[in-house]
Design a binder for this molecule. Structure first.
Ligand code: FAD
Length: 423
């Protein structure tokens, strides 16, 4: 641990200046990571969202009335003061990597010693014909989007949601009791197609349908005509409000031509980009998925925080690696819990029951992935096996499949899992 005045300053002895573009999970992780090492360097968080840092997944719960705006805060009201961070409302338009400064849309120039891009992702809006003729429409990515949608809702409103992924479905859950009808359409033949297999998707779909939410799958819109969606098969769906939740794209543009970009900003296990003194973390990045060995964008809140924290520690001169990223989801729909992790290749262990669904995917002595719906109590055991790449021959895997619990592990494994490995 270093004390006051230490860290990553360019002039010997001068406090370091850390600039973070973003104010969400990855950015907060970085600020907290920096403070683990450098107690006094200057930290500036820049965001084009004016709000106090908030938990993005809670925007649907705001519409449901399950949480207040204040209750959505990702950190306490005094976070910026307590951690000595300055919040700057503004939009970063470019990075001068040679001159080490960030340029904002109001013309100001913010110099940095170390920079973090924690810019997240933005909604992808397909070039639908006639979209400009739709009067009431919104994306569903931010607190401002949720407030905009709130203003459009009413008991006589028919809502059409484009996209049956996580964001579209969370939106449907959030508004279904407050409007006349909700219909969700998607090009894919099943809901949550990037997260669930067919059986799991069917179970969740039934839960939505039991709440009166309608689906049009394998369906694509030919054009919008004011308040009507005309589908490729010629059918027409009238609506009052359109929510666009087709997908997201990492915000990488700021580092175009500066650092290596693939699907997202490419980072290593230390959250470093290919450009000196520039780090990246969270939804704007692509990183190694240890469950598949492939580079992917893993747009998930826990990954964003952990990559951000790792970046912060390294920006401040520490030495940290986060090389345990896996795709993972822990989400609930109308009280039905779903946990998924890893990728779905290999042999399968299957278990089904009333409102329950379990699939474990394994090959080559490793657990690759899992889908749990309903009973998700012991999901952490499977997640840990996937993340740590634990050889299945070292545990009683047959027992772990049926009854996940620590007793299925060797004494040494149990010791490590119970925290005994830390020393
Ligand atoms: C409805 C919904 C439900 C979700 N549910 C889940 C869930 O159940 N589980 C889960 O793990 N994840 C969920 N997610 C995803 C999760 O919210 C993200 O993974 C997480 O917020 C990523 O954090 P981040 O810090 O990388 O980026 P973000 O949260 O996207 O924040 C990036 C910030 O940077 C700002 N910014 C971008 N560019 C600039 C610029 N040029 N200048 C200034 N500011 C800029 C943005 O405005 C934004 O405020 C959900 C997301 C949504 C929208």
């Amino acid at each position: 641990m270093t004390g006051a005045g230490h860290g990553a300053g360019s002039d010997a002895g001068a406090p370091a200046r850390y600039v973070i573009i973003g104010n969400s999970a990855a950015a907060i992780g970085a600020a907290e990571g920096i403070r683990q090492t450098d107690k006094s360097g200057e930290i500036i968080l820049i965001s084009d969202e004016r709000h106090h840092t908030y938990s993005r997944p809670l925007i649907s719960y705001l519409l449901l009335g399950k949480v207040t705006e204040e209750g959505m805060r990702y950190r306490s009201g005094s976070f910026y003061e307590d951690s000595g961070c300055k919040f700057l409302h503004g939009s970063a338009v470019s990075v001068d990597a040679k001159g080490k400064a960030v340029l904002l849309s109001d013309g100001s120039r913010i110099p940095y010693d170390k920079l973090l891009a924690a810019t997240g992702s933005s909604a992808f809006i397909p070039p639908f014909e006639g979209l400009d003729t739709v009067r009431e429409k919104t994306t569903f990515m931010s607190l401002d989007d949720a407030k905009r949608l709130e203003g459009m809702l009413g008991p006589d409103k028919r809502v059409l949601i484009a996209g049956a992924g996580l964001i579209g479905l969370k939106c449907a859950e959030g508004i279904s009791e407050r409007v006349k009808s909700v219909t969700v359409f998607d090009l894919a033949p099943r809901i949550l197609s990037s997260v669930l297999d067919e059986g799991g998707a069917q179970l969740i779909r039934e839960r939505f349908e039991s709440k009166g939410i309608g689906f049009r799958l394998s369906a694509s819109v030919r054009r919008f005509d004011k308040d009507t969606a005309v589908f490729e098969d010629g059918s027409a769906v009238p609506f009052d409000v359109l929510v666009l939740a087709v997908g997201v794209r990492p915000n990488t543009a700021l580092l175009d031509g500066i650092a290596e970009i693939g699907r997202g900003i490419v980072i290593n296990a230390r959250s470093e980009t290919s450009a000196p003194d520039i780090y990246a973390a969270g939804d704007c990045t692509q990183a190694l998925d240890v469950s598949s060995g492939q580079e992917r964008v893993m747009a998930l809140l826990p990954n964003a925080y952990m990559q951000g924290e790792c970046a912060g520690i390294n920006m401040a001169g520490g030495d940290k690696s986060f090389d345990r990223s896996i795709p993972m989801n822990a989400v609930g729909f109308f009280g039905l819990h779903v946990v998924t992790a890893g990728h779905y290749d290999g042999d399968t262990y299957e278990e089904d029951g009333e409102g329950r669904y379990k699939r474990l995917f394994y090959s080559g002595d490793r657990l690759n992935g899992m889908i749990l719906i309903g009973n998700v109590e012991k999901a952490g055991i499977y997640t840990s096996l996937i993340r740590e790449r634990t050889p299945l021959s070292s545990i009683d895997f047959a027992l772990v499949c049926e009854k996940p619990g620590l007793m299925a592990f060797t004494k040494e494994e149990r010791f490590i899992k119970l925290g005994g490995g830390a020393g």
